[in-house]
Design a protein around this ligand. Structure first.
Ligand SMILES: *[C@@H]1O[C@H](CO)[C@@H](O)[C@H](O)[C@H]1NC(C)=O
Ligand SMILES: *[C@@H]1O[C@H](CO)[C@@H](O)[C@H](O)[C@H]1NC(C)=O
Ligand SMILES: *[C@@H]1O[C@H](CO)[C@@H](O)[C@H](O)[C@H]1NC(C)=O
Ligand SMILES: *[C@@H]1O[C@H](CO)[C@@H](O)[C@H](O)[C@H]1NC(C)=O
Ligand SMILES: *[C@@H]1O[C@H](CO)[C@@H](O)[C@H](O)[C@H]1NC(C)=O
Length: 297
């Protein structure tokens, strides 16, 4: 061994000794090529394009469920106690016919969303309502591109925080401010949210950008972290904007992401949905509420 290689091996040992020990000395079985990831976050790839997402080597399991998928990954085995339904922006502002006549896809998604809520609650899997819910501080810090993008006439008078006045006999409040009527979940979803939050099966999170998981931390992100949630099923509006923004951030942060086709919708051109579906399939899983609900039943 020459001087350089012996120096290098000493350096390697010194470096190795500084590594933090895995919790409880847990290690993954060495040489197992079905394992994707590390002890803290991994999938097991089964030979039939089914992925075990339970992290059962270091986290407790209850009764894992196999959910068939409609994408190139054919199924996922999920741990119900670490899986949740994330519903994005199914709010009056985006769905009420008096405020957004063309949101027919979003209104069609209401019934399958209610079905999913019911199925998740039955399994004790949390329903996580994640909605625009601005406060005065958000209005001070939101960027100009957002203000203009949400304005109908390039003016601060018709964007976030502006007075919406009466909408067919109802005071709509200020645009997407938390607590306002326009920021409430639409139609029967509002009753579902109120009941679920009161019963403790559902949780409500305000967001102040398209994504509910942007930046270092958000109310939704903190909940997921504190409850060791690993696997997220997504629905809401608009599929290519707020749902996609949150889905991507969840993927970036290491959550398993499941796109549920018929509970997500958009008013954007078809190309937007095609892009989202194409990439959701690459980033995670694609499925359908009827498929999920049959598997959970
Ligand atoms: C980890 O292993 C070391 C060395 O075998 C042992 O001293 C220590 O108690 C173990 N820690 C835990 C949490 O099991
Ligand atoms: C693949 O195999 C696993 C384990 O045997 C099974 O649970 C799963 O349902 C299978 N997936 C498909 C798509 O048949
Ligand atoms: C998704 O579902 C449709 C309708 O059942 C089916 O035609 C298609 O083959 C499925 N795609 C994949 C990739 O499983
Ligand atoms: C106003 O509200 C009433 C009662 O909810 C409804 O029947 C009617 O269609 C609404 N009108 C418009 C213009 O949306
Ligand atoms: C998806 O769900 C809808 C009902 O919400 C159903 O009509 C459709 O057939 C389902 N598609 C697949 C591929 O299962």
């Amino acid at each position: 061994m020459n001087l350089l290689t012996s120096f290098l091996s000493l350096a390697t040992i010194a470096h190795t000794q500084q590594l933090i020990q895995a919790y409880g000395n847990l290690t993954l079985p060495p040489g197992d090529t079905t394992i994707l990831g590390n002890i803290y976050n991994y999938w097991v790839a089964l030979p039939n394009k089914t992925f075990d997402l339970t992290r059962a080597l270091y986290l407790p399991t209850t009764t894992p469920v196999t959910i068939p998928m409609n994408g190139s990954r054919k199924a996922a085995i999920i741990e119900p106690s670490r899986s949740a339904l994330v519903i994005i922006d199914m709010q009056n502002f985006f769905l009420h016919p008096d405020l957004n006549a063309k949101a027919t896809g979003g209104r069609t998604a209401v019934q399958p969303t209610l079905n999913m809520i019911e199925g998740f609650r039955k399994k004790g899997m949390p329903v996580l309502w994640t909605n625009w819910g601005l406060d005065e501080y958000d209005l001070l810090t939101i960027p100009p591109s957002f203000l203009d993008g949400f304005s109908s006439d390039n003016s601060p008078l018709t964007t976030f925080g502006s007075e919406m006045g009466m909408v067919n006999g109802t005071y709509a409040g200020r645009t997407l401010m938390r607590g306002s009527w326009n920021a409430r979940p639409y139609g029967p979803l509002y009753d579902a949210q109120v009941k679920g939050v009161a019963d403790g099966t559902d949780f409500y999170f305000n967001k102040n950008r398209l994504s509910g998981l942007w930046g270092a931390q958000t109310p939704l992100g903190l909940y997921l972290q504190e409850n060791q949630i690993t696997t997220l099923f997504f629905g809401g509006v608009n599929a290519d904007q707020c749902v996609w923004g949150t889905f991507l951030d969840a993927y970036y942060k290491g959550y398993d992401v499941v796109w549920v086709d018929d509970i997500a919708a958009t008013t954007s051109p078809q190309a937007a949905t095609d892009m989202v579906r194409y990439n959701a399939n690459l980033d995670g899983f694609v499925t359908n509420s009827s498929i999920v609900l049959s598997a959970l039943a």
